[in-house]
Design a protein around this ligand. Structure first.
Ligand SMILES: *Cc1c(COP(=O)(O)O)cnc(C)c1O
Length: 378
């Protein structure tokens, strides 16, 4: 692939493969689970068995690696499978630092599965790197960062936290699901591994689950490939095909979605019925400067708002919106809204009156009008 190509071009070209059989422009889906051996016992095309590797996964992994400017990528059947693979790099007694507002299942995975195997965890507010530094212990081996965070849109400094990790011989993994490689490339700021839930913006249409780890260099490649191949949480060839197809339109989709999110955030931040708007592109955002530094292509298409009033009022508002479907997940073409506290449960630190918004590809004026009408109703 040509080095001079810009990311938008690479997203198209890296997911394209010349097809020797039929000249198909859209890559064929190879469903075969097994591949033919030559007389000498070798495999002409390098594929043996589809759990180990297959043409659609190979194409996806190559594309993911270049999207994040990494040395290699390892694809999984969900974001959680990717997260779980990263945690499997840990040894008995190792310590992990997680953001206090990490994706809820990331924390649950740690407390529900890995803690019983002797892995210890501390959660801190990472928007202040001093909290990370203070949480370091002799056995800290992995610092997990999610920026912007879910659902508070807090921003953490990837460069500073990566160097805290490196000073103590630990690795820094960034969950880059929300920012996407369109606007944020954590490996360029010093992170070691990027994690994606490709279920979100990469797939982009809410119709495929997937996850990935993208690696700065080859030091963990062999271990993570082994975890992928032996644990077996691999994406199917069709999953890989859908995600590579999503990647082709990622830049175009995300740029429109984030412009609309920014406009909606501006509108809501001036509305008397809205108490707070959490969006890294607002100058009032507490980490606006860090966001400007590391979110180089914009501020993303996710925001959350705190409605003036209680949980009931927030849920009423969500219900009054016509263009925002009340559903979980994010990153698809349809705008979505979700009352997070009721999803995360009573112990969640998320405010009662918070609604999380995933801005889709609808016309932005329609979206803003929809909010205006709904806010007038409640
Ligand atoms: C969705 C999500 C995950 C988990 O990914 P799945 O594909 O649902 O397993 C992890 N982190 C973030 C930030 C997410 O939004």
């Amino acid at each position: 692939m040509s080095k001079k190509w810009k990311p938008e071009t690479r997203a198209i070209r890296d997911t394209f493969k010349k097809d020797a059989n039929a000249g198909a422009v859209s890559a064929p889906i190879t469903l075969s689970t097994n591949f033919e051996r030559e007389a000498d016992g070798s495999y002409k095309h390098g594929f043996v068995y589809s759990r180990i590797d297959n043409p659609n996964r190979q194409l996806l992994e190559q594309s993911l690696a270049t999207l994040e400017s990494g040395a290699a990528a390892v694809a999984f059947s969900s974001g959680m499978a990717a997260t779980s693979a990263a945690f499997q790099l840990l040894e008995l007694g190792d310590h992990v630092i997680l953001p206090v507002d990490a994706y809820y299942s990331t924390q649950e995975l740690m407390t529900g599965l890995f803690e019983k195997w002797g892995v210890k965890m501390t959660t801190v507010d990472m928007s202040d790197p001093a909290n990370v530094r203070n949480a370091v212990t002799e056995s800290t081996k992995l610092i997990w960062v999610e920026t912007p965070s879910n659902p508070g849109l807090k921003v953490s400094d990837i460069g500073v936290i990566s160097s805290i990790a490196h000073d103590i011989g630990a690795i820094c993994v960034i969950d880059n699901t929300w920012a996407t490689p369109v606007i944020q490339n954590p490996l360029k700021f010093g992170a070691d591994i990027v994690m994606h839930s490709s279920t979100k913006y990469l797939g982009g249409h809410g119709d495929v689950s997937g996850g990935a780890l993208i690696l700065k260099d080859n030091s963990f490649e062999e271990k993570l490939k082994k975890i992928q191949q032996l644990s077996g949480a691999v994406p199917s060839p069709f999953d890989c095909w859908l995600i590579t197809r999503g990647i082709k339109t990622l830049f175009a989709r995300y740029k429109v979605q984030q412009n609309s999110a920014h406009e909606l955030a501006n509108f809501l931040s001036n509305h008397p019925q809205i108490d707070k708007v959490h969006y890294p592109g607002l100058m009032s955002h507490p980490q606006y400067e860090i966001a400007q530094k590391q979110m180089v292509g914009g501020f993303g298409a996710m925001l959350s708002v705190e409605v003036k009033g209680d949980a009931k009022k927030a849920m009423m508002l969500a219900d009054s919106l016509k263009l925002f479907t009340t559903a979980t997940s994010l990153g698809g073409v349809e705008s979505l809204i979700e009352h997070r506290k009721s999803v995360e449960g009573e112990n969640s630190p998320t405010p009662d009156n918070l609604l999380r918004v995933s801005v889709g590809l609808e016309n932005v004026k329609d979206l803003i009008d929809d909010w205006e009408e709904a806010l007038n109703k409640i």
